[in-house]
Design a protein around this ligand. Structure first.
Ligand code: PLP
Length: 402
């Protein structure tokens, strides 16, 4: 037998499979009420509009939509992105953007361009697994930074940056995956002040900032405060339009962007031109703003039901984040129950969730779980929380006996 391991690169030995994709296999059974998904609800996809735009661009713009395009992306789409970002609080030109194959590709390109083995990336605890996977894949070291309900705890970031040379901080300030938290503007300012003081760069990943369900949520990008051009800002159309249109973007300082463009040339020459053409037409026709309103309306009620049911069944037994936006609430149980070990029991009782442990780089968070309200209807959300309460109640009972 050929020893294929001996052919693998050093970095390939650092690859980490997604701990949550493994759980995703459990949730296709319709008898199971699922809080486990991490994906938008397909009902929010404007499928008919996308179909007609797709037909139009394929027939009328084949020399663009079916052709190779510029590595940086369709010029008109880059201009639209500059306008979107202006509304999010920061100014840049169309030539300060690279359109990426989802923001996930931006994470990979940044990791490839900036990280050597052993470089330290500070990440929130918990953090998005796809982000940590990109950094691990370049054999980086990940240092966890504490969060509270206001976002990153500055003292914790200072402690990490004092102890070790941090090259990059990865943060998701708006309705973070997995915690659902919104970082306050004061904390954003404090985090940037630390970036300036300790001389590290910041990746601001913002796929959820438009999914707002409450009044008064200030989602203004951290990049709007970026006086030293340290922030690499990532946006995405995945959560507001459709993730199958692999379309995201990044904005960074010009010298960095030039390097990132070369990395992208090697990765895929350009992002899918059909996807970009569809997104470009949709946005240029002024349809993004009403689409975002529809998506907000779709999730707002579901989020309300889930939070209400958590209050009914889990008050005094757990804490959870208010999820004023995004797709998730994050639950921390009062008891030291290992939520990963309990997944088979939950699934046997017809309910699924994502255990929170894999989102913590320091191995903590075993008594946490991520719940999404995106997938199920109101009745099933209610029934699901009741099933979850039963399973966790039993686990607590047997723990007390043991
Ligand atoms: C925080 C975060 N960043 C990036 C991504 C990847 O999104 P995209 O579809 O734009 O690649 C996700 C997807 O769930 C996410 O939650």
């Amino acid at each position: 037998m050929t020893d294929f391991d001996s052919f693998l690169s050093r970095d390939a030995h650092s690859f980490r499979p997604s701990a949550i994709r493994a759980f995703a296999k459990l949730i296709n059974d319709t008898n199971i009420i699922s809080f486990a998904g991490g994906v938008p609800n397909p009902e929010t996809f404007p499928a008919e509009r996308i179909a007609s735009i797709a037909e139009q661009v394929v027939r009328e713009k084949r020399n663009v939509a079916l052709q190779y395009g510029p590595t940086r992306g369709l010029p008109r789409l880059c201009e639209s992105i500059a306008a979107i970002d202006r509304a999010r609080g920061f100014e840049h030109g169309a030539d300060d953007v690279i359109v990426t194959t989802g923001s996930q590709q931006a994470l990979d390109l940044i990791a490839h361009t900036l990280l050597d083995p052993g470089d330290v990336v500070a990440v929130e605890m918990p953090t998005y697994i796809g982000g940590s996977a990109s950094f691990f894949a370049r054999s980086a070291e990940l240092a966890g930074v504490a969060q509270d309900d206001e976002g990153i705890v500055p003292e914790s970031l200072r402690e990490v940056a004092s102890r070790t040379r941090v090259k990059l901080l990865y943060t998701i300030p708006n309705f973070q995956n997995p915690s659902g938290r919104l970082m306050t503007q004061e904390r954003r300012a404090a985090v940037l002040a630390l970036a300036n003081e300790f001389d590290f760069l910041v990746i601001e990943d913002d796929p959820y900032g438009e999914l707002v369900y409450v009044d008064g949520a200030d989602t203004t990008a951290m990049k709007s405060r970026d006086t030293e051009d340290r922030v690499i800002y990532l946006g995405s159309f995945s959560k507001v339009l459709a993730p199958g249109l692999r379309c995201g973007w990044m904005v960074a300082a010009k010298p960095l962007l030039e390097r990132l463009e070369i990395a992208k040339q090697a990765a895929d020459l350009c992002s899918g031109m059909l996807d970009q053409s569809i997104v470009d037409e949709f946005v240029a026709a002024g349809e993004l703003a009403p689409q975002i309103e529809r998506v907000r309306a779709f999730y707002r009620g579901k989020r309300g039901v889930l939070i209400e049911e958590l209050e009914r069944h889990f008050s005094g037994r757990a804490k959870w984040t208010s999820a004023g936006g995004g797709l998730f609430t994050f639950v921390t149980l009062n008891d030291a129950i290992d939520t990963a070990a309990l997944v088979p029991e939950a699934v046997a009782n017809g309910v699924a969730y994502i255990p929170g442990g894999p989102f913590f780089v320091d191995g903590s968070g075993r008594n946490t779980m991520r719940l999404t309200f995106a997938k199920e209807g109101d009745e099933r959300l209610r029934e699901g929380v009741s099933r979850l309460a039963r399973v966790l109640g039993q686990a607590r009972g047997s723990k007390d006996e043991g």
